[in-house]
Design a protein around this ligand. Sequence first.
Ligand SMILES: C[S@@+](CC[C@H](N)C(=O)[O-])C[C@H]1O[C@@H](n2cnc3c(N)ncnc32)[C@H](O)[C@@H]1O
Ligand code: SF4
Ligand code: SF4
Length: 319
Amino acid sequence: MKNATASISAEPEWIPAPSGPLPVSLGARRLTMEPPPSYPSAMVNVTNRCNLACEHCFVFRDGNPNDHEGEMKPERILEELRRLRDRHGLRRMMWMGGEPMLRWRMIERGLELFEHNTITTNGTIPLKDFGPDLIYVISLDGPREVNDAVRGKGVFDQVMKTVAAIPDGFQPTVTVQCVMHRQNQDLVEELVRDLLPTKVQGMTFGFYVPRLGEVSERAWETNEEREKAIDIVFDLKSRYPGFIWNSTRSLDLMRPATAKLVTDHCPILQTTLPLYIEGDEFTTPFCCYGNDVDCDRCGSWGVFSTATKIPGPWDSPDI
Ligand SMILES: C[S@@+](CC[C@H](N)C(=O)[O-])C[C@H]1O[C@@H](n2cnc3c(N)ncnc32)[C@H](O)[C@@H]1O
Ligand code: SF4
Ligand code: SF4
């Protein structure tokens, strides 16, 4: 059983340090322009199918490539990923969807293409032991009722069953990501306590990425209003040290004084190639979160975590 003194105390170094200048977003042109821009990382939606219909999900927003009719076959995906790896110098792949574990047999073959691999899954499909180098990120957005209000009735229990079924000696690292929003921000500590006695090794908190101009119960209206949620994660980090993997620096960068400085120079646009399926091809939307996003209120864990690893205007000694 893990406890508050578990040995994993720092955010893992999942993103290889980039070398040289990196390109900003070029939308779909990224895949055809010459010379090809290089990226250390990519994220790929290996399917547009999903067995859940979470209310907050950016993938299924209008205006994104998310049609599952006639989508790429596994062989074609692998062939294209190999080509894109060589074209853009990709070293790290984040396997996503839709639900990526619906295509776990294909992912198993694709892992060898990249030096670092992360599978982000809704946790309703049993995890496979693909070896010690893989990181699983399981999505849970609160304790039972809070999670199920977003991810669907019965989903929390199903995911906890998946976690309970992880055998002794399972080699991949298993983590949980919780997306904080205005409605669950005060209710996430119970999730931490639910997970501590399990084989989950640590947690990260992401923060809701709204649509442009979105006004909803879920979306904070301003980054000032969001600051309370950041303080909640700081508090959890101090009371469950080692289990909450968001770094102090990445959380501090999310505060109103610096958040826009980071999102105006989005580190993910610079380092990560987003690959969405459109029919028999890969395409790139504006960013990993699709085409309809409000950058000024973006709470992506990856954005602020990557900012701590690459140089940017947020490094100014005055900040
Ligand atoms: C789109 S899902 C795809 C992988 C898998 N189906 C899952 O749920 O983990 C990847 C991650 O994005 C998160 N996510 C979805 N919509 C979001 C949003 N609007 N803002 C921030 N994160 C979001 C999900 O909770 C999940 O952790
Ligand atoms: S399980 Fe993942 S892809 Fe499916 S709807 Fe939920 S967040 Fe979106
Ligand atoms: S929504 Fe977030 S990840 Fe996407 S470009 Fe804007 S700041 Fe970057």
